[in-house]
Design a protein around this ligand. Structure first.
Ligand code: UDP
Ligand code: MG
Length: 312
């Protein structure tokens, strides 16, 4: 069986790496075609996520030089997840591999992915063997985050980012998730078709700098929690019960002091401390509630996730 393979590459200001990425992806396609794993009309689609540098012009020239190269230009920057989705939902093919433009993911394991797909897997995750090329900070925060998500009941594939193969059926399933705020890593395991994974060593970014500064990472992390878990809301309820219970015990204690012992010590500490404490808890709880309300607000508007300006 020869697979019609499409490779989707989201690009945001990636003119520095794109020529090398393109060279490797074309070599990969050629190799896969020669070993009769993929069909001749297999191709690469670069999604330009509103880049401000010469990325689109570069994609145009790459497409002009090789008929296997295509481009999708979004109307503006919509973020990695939306860029990826626009590619996944608009390209043809039996199987679609998504990969970052920066060559951190090992291009050569795509062959193993395709073999898994031929063997019957509908989703194939690319899983990093080690994270030694990431900074200690990124590694540790990622580890803590995966742990937290698991505790909150979200099924994430450990050490897997957005390097994966999706079969046609999985892509069609993905199309049915209407969420405006997307966290693909959390959604794909929910699809549930047969999955497999292949491991690889994650390399250093080939050129350019990370397009995920700390601010974007934090937003992305909160997005992941509030999109998939209502456990934080339950925790607030639990906390409410706990604090109410404590207050009740406190009332009993004070009543006992006044009625039986006939005296209470006049102190401001015992009255001021609970005020600060409760104030803090209330603000935190309102904040968490606010996160979910904001999510409802954003989701109910059902705004389109992206606009495709041009395809080549
Ligand atoms: N990216 C994108 N839109 C954005 C930010 C990033 O399409 O707003 C792309 C980027 O070009 C790259 C991929 O998403 O192909 C992953 O980004 P990056 O390598 O900067 O993230 P990191 O590996 O540092 O987490
Ligand atoms: Mg990267």
């Amino acid at each position: 069986m020869t697979v019609r393979l499409a490779i989707v590459v989201p690009c945001y200001n990636e003119e520095e790496v794109l020529p090398e990425t393109n060279r490797r992806l074309l070599a990969l396609l050629t190799g896969l075609f020669e070993s009769e794993l993929v069909s001749a009309d297999s191709c690469v689609h670069y999604v330009d996520d509103g880049s401000r540098d010469g990325t689109w012009a570069l994609i145009e020239s790459l497409a002009a030089a090789d008929s296997r190269i295509h481009g999708i230009k979004l109307s503006r920057n919509r973020g990695h997840q939306n860029a990826l989705l626009s590619g996944l939902l608009s390209v043809e093919g039996d199987a679609i591999v998504s990969i970052d433009a920066d060559l951190q993911d090992d291009v050569s394991v795509v062959e193993a992915m395709v073999r898994e797909f031929v063997g019957g897997a509908e989703v194939v995750y690319g899983v990093r063997d080690s994270r030694r090329t990431d900074t200690g900070f990124k590694r540790n925060t990622a580890l803590m985050y995966y742990g937290l998500m698991r505790k909150l009941g979200v099924d994430l594939v450990h050490n897997h980012a957005d390097f994966r193969l999706l079969g046609r059926r999985a892509v069609e399933a993905l199309r049915q998730y209407g969420e405006v705020n997307l966290f693909l890593r959390g959604i794909v395991p929910l699809i549930g078709y047969r999955a497999a994974s292949v491991t690889y060593d994650r390399a250093e970014r080939f050129a350019g700098v990370s397009k995920y500064p700390l601010r974007k990472m934090l937003t992305f992390a909160i997005e992941g929690v509030t999109s998939f878990s209502i456990v934080p809301l339950r925790l607030i309820t639990l906390l409410g019960f706990l604090v109410s219970g404590l207050s009740f015990a406190m009332i009993l204690f004070i009543l006992y002091g006044t009625l039986v012992m006939g005296a209470v010590i006049p102190g401001w500490a015992s009255s001021v401390v609970p005020i600060y404490f409760l104030g803090g808890i209330q603000l935190l709880s309102i904040g968490i509630l606010g996160e979910y309300v904001a999510k409802i607000y954003l989701e109910t508007k059902q705004r389109p996730r992206y606009f495709i300006e041009r395809t080549i």
